[in-house]
Ligand binder design. Structure first.
Ligand code: 4AD
Ligand code: MG
Length: 479
């Protein structure tokens, strides 16, 4: 057996009692031909391996270079260095894989920029920043299952290839096996999708919600957690073409129940991460503080990362209607001084600058905005009695903007059919969806949390490309 190693995270919990251990990892640095900082990814903290002078061959020491992989056996002794209670005095060092320092692209000494690290995303896991981010991303994923499992929700896998557009926004990637150079045509010149793989036009899913509703109206409460795809050409720090979404859907649930669950869910995820990734969060908090030192005073956050997370945990989210939100914007100094780039009036789809004003300047905490104009929301949302608005809710988070989008669903068949007609959503393709309203329809609700936006929020990363291992964005599908 090769792998009888102790993970560094476990080693660091031990007391130094001269015990023999074997550890494996990658070299972060090698000082004075004697002190190796070794990291194995279990924690950001490196362990110091001491290669006593004169004990090892010069030819071996030469191979201890950044990112070389080592197997080290030695005894655990108290450390004299500051900031570490123990170190490993090596009795044997084996180089498992060499790393040529002349060509290794990741020189940690020069503090590589996040932009540069995106170009070498295959290696960025080897930095403290991305080590912390991906351990936290894992914790969040685990906590999501934990949260819903503890509440009796059923985890539903919805299809990735579909023939419908759940959001009705036409932002889909087509899936086809038709020959692009010689497309089969109908008599009227349109493409004959009957000859395509599925016998019809198909695409990657933008949301699992519609299928989620089918299951929720029998199983009661379900959630999805999977990849979704949007061919929207937005090159922003908050948009990906491939992102992961969590979509709970609950029968016997109205808009208020829905908001309560979403708020409880977000707080649970934050609390869970704070409990399980203390060191990673502390590291990222420091990173963010350092980064913000480069910014002018008025662009810096008022709170540090941990303070912000604590604050979100300990305060109720503000709840306002869309109409109230527009009034606040119209009354704002920013509006009066013409600071907004985009117009403000009832009916607009709020832009990021408006959402951020509400959250960061006005309320200074997460805000749930409800009852949006029907015209700017999807066909499935429940129509309110005023004839203009729907029972929608978006949660806006500081530094992120929209993190959750959800609604109570239109459970009344005629209302839904009429709305689909108005919005040109093809009812014949969604016959199966409408059946839920034909047979035992119930009030039901759900929401979608953008996973990478949640990762951004918890880690303090300002660009969504740093919240997923291999971001897919317009003109970029490397790795
Ligand atoms: O608001 P959206 O479009 O809502 C839905 O898809 C509903 N079907 C959800 C539901 O009610 N079950 O998307 C939900 C969330 C957004 O609030 C945002 O956090 C995230 O998904 N999101 C994106 N994240 C990254 N990149 C993109 N291009 C995103 N588009 C939406
Ligand atoms: Mg939305």
């Amino acid at each position: 057996m090769f792998n009888k190693r102790l993970k560094i995270k476990e080693l660091l919990k031990q007391e130094a009692e001269n015990q023999q251990v074997t550890i494996m990892g990658w070299v972060r640095s090698f000082r004075n031909n004697q002190f190796i900082a070794l990291n194995d990814g279990s924690t950001n903290t490196n362990v110091q391996v001491v290669a006593e002078l004169g004990k090892f061959e010069e030819s071996l020491l030469k191979r201890i270079t950044p990112s070389a992989s080592l197997k080290v056996t030695g005894s655990v002794i108290p450390s004299l260095g500051k900031g570490q209670k123990l170190e490993v005095k090596a009795t044997s060092i084996e180089v498992l894989g060499d790393s040529d320092p002349e060509t290794y692209p990741l020189q940690l000494k020069n503090r590589p920029s996040l932009e540069y690290l995106r170009e070498i995303a295959h290696l960025r896991f080897r930095t403290n920043t991305f080590g912390a981010i991906f351990r936290i991303r894992h914790t969040l994923a685990f906590a999501i299952h934990r949260f819903f499992n503890d509440r009796g929700f059923v985890y539903l896998h919805t299809p990735i290839i579909t023939a419908s557009d759940a959001e009705g926004a036409g932002e889909m990637f087509r899936v086809t096996t038709l020959p692009l150079e010689n497309l089969p045509k109908n008599e009227d010149g349109t493409i004959n999708f009957k000859e395509d793989f599925f016998g019809r036009s198909a695409n990657l899913t933008v949301s699992g919600q519609l299928e989620g509703e089918l299951a929720a109206t029998a199983l009661g409460e379900i959630y999805t957690f999977g990849p979704t795809f949007r061919a929207e050409n937005s090159n922003t720090p908050r948009h990906l073409a491939e992102f992961w979404m969590i979509e709970p859907e609950m029968a016997f649930c109205d808009l208020e129940d829905n908001m309560n669950l979403a708020e409880e869910f977000i707080k649970f995820l934050i609390r869970y991460t704070m409990e399980h990734n203390h060191d990673d969060l502390a590291f990222l908090a420091q990173r963010l503080a350092d980064e913000e030192k480069q910014l002018p005073q008025d662009k810096r956050s008022e709170m540090g990362l941990i303070e912000k997370l604590d604050f979100v945990l300990n305060n109720a989210f503000e709840r306002i209607t869309y109409t109230e939100a527009i009034d606040i914007l119209l009354q704002s100094p920013a509006y009066k001084k013409k600071k907004f780039q985009y117009p403000v009036e009832w009916g607009i789809d709020m832009q990021s600058e408006h959402e951020r004003y509400l959250v960061e300047k006005h309320f200074k905490k997460p805000v749930i905005v409800t009852n949006y104009p029907a015209k700017i929301k999807a066909f499935y949302m429940r129509q309110n009695d005023d004839g203009k608005t729907v029972a929608a809710m978006d949660i806006l988070a500081p530094g992120i903007g929209e993190i959750v989008g959800g609604s109570q669903r239109e459970e009344r068949l005629e209302r839904l059919e009429q709305r689909m007609k108005e919005m040109n959503v093809p009812a014949e393709d969604l016959w199966w969806y409408l059946d839920t309203r034909r047979f035992g329809s119930v009030p039901h609700s759900g929401f979608g949390l953008g996973f990478e936006r949640m990762v951004q929020f918890v880690t303090g990363m300002t660009n969504i490309r740093d919240a997923i291992a291999f971001p897919r964005t317009p003109n970029n599908a490397e790795f």
